[in-house]
Design a protein around this ligand. Structure first.
Ligand code: 13P
Length: 276
């Protein structure tokens, strides 16, 4: 999926799911846009819904769609959990060793690859630190967290990983100010790597910046916060308008529709509409 995106210069949307309605929304949006799509589950989603539910819901929703659907583990933290996800039916996994010393990140990424490859599972790794949204961080601290292009090249050569998440100025969660992406750095990383590059923390990044990042080599764009915001905002609106409403379907149904809308918009920005 990502190699095709790389060759054709668009990005596949990787959308975080947390419940049935969001899984349905992701796959419905992709189906309507005729776009390949990645449903992904974070540590929080696994804790909330459980690996088996996530697999079963995604499989059921995907079976009703006619676009390629991948199920991806987002920010896997341990070898054991990654194996659990693969056994349960995930089609790709991320091992996030970005908080480890580089040598250890390389070593565990290699172990994950050795165990995943025979099962046909693709692996994403992370180099550099994609932070939360701290506003009080200095420019020097910011630069120190960013992915070093040469180190990225060595990391990929050493591990043989399938895709790499890079830190170029985005952060997970809602931004307080405007995110400043380091496009030059991204171009340099792109020119040195021959694998798909992944952008995390993409909610709240202006559409024009996302398009610029895709044109410079980003092939997978992760979106979580914007879906949660659209979903919860709609729940709140329905309950404010009808405080006596007791039917969860009357609250969650419109929220699911709001999620479909935002996901369709993102897919169009990423350029993956019509690429299925
Ligand atoms: P956002 O919550 O900023 O969209 O980030 C999602 C993400 O990168 C998941 O890995």
């Amino acid at each position: 999926m990502l190699n095709k995106a790389r060759a054709e210069k668009y990005a596949v949307g990787a959308f975080n799911c947390n419940n049935m309605e969001i899984v349905q929304a992701i796959i419905q949006a992709a189906d309507e846009e005729r776009a390949p799509v990645i449903v992904q589950a974070s540590q929080g989603a696994i804790k909330y819904a459980g690996i088996e539910y996530i697999v079963a819901m995604t499989r059921t929703a995907a079976s009703k769609a006619s676009v390629p659907v991948a199920l991806h583990l987002d920010h896997g933290t341990s070898f054991e959990q990654i194996m659990q996800c693969i056994r349960a039916g995930f089609s790709s996994v991320m091992f996030d060793g970005s908080k480890l010393p580089v040598e250890e990140n390389i070593s565990v990424t290699k172990q994950v690859l050795a165990a995943s490859r025979p099962a046909g599972i693709s692996v994403e790794a992370e180099l550099g630190k994609i932070g939360g949204t701290e506003d009080d961080i200095t420019v020097d601290e910011r630069d120190a967290m960013f992915t070093d292009p040469r180190e990225a090249r060595d990391f990929v050569d050493n591990t043989g990983v399938g895709s790499l998440a890079v830190a170029i100025g985005t952060a997970h969660g809602a931004y307080k100010g405007k995110p400043e992406l380091d496009f030059e750095r991204l171009s340099e990383i792109s020119s040195l790597l021959d694998i798909p590059i992944v952008l995390h923390g993409s909610s709240g990044v202006p559409d024009e910046d996302i398009k610029e990042a895709v044109s410079r080599g980003i092939c997978k764009v992760n979106i979580d916060t914007n879906i949660r915001q659209a979903f919860t905002r709609k729940c709140r609106q329905v309950l404010e308008e009808k405080p006596e409403e007791i039917d969860p379907r009357k609250v969650l149904g419109p929220a699911r529709e709001a999620a479909v809308e935002i996901i369709r918009e993102k897919i169009r920005v990423f350029g993956s509409s019509g690429k299925a």
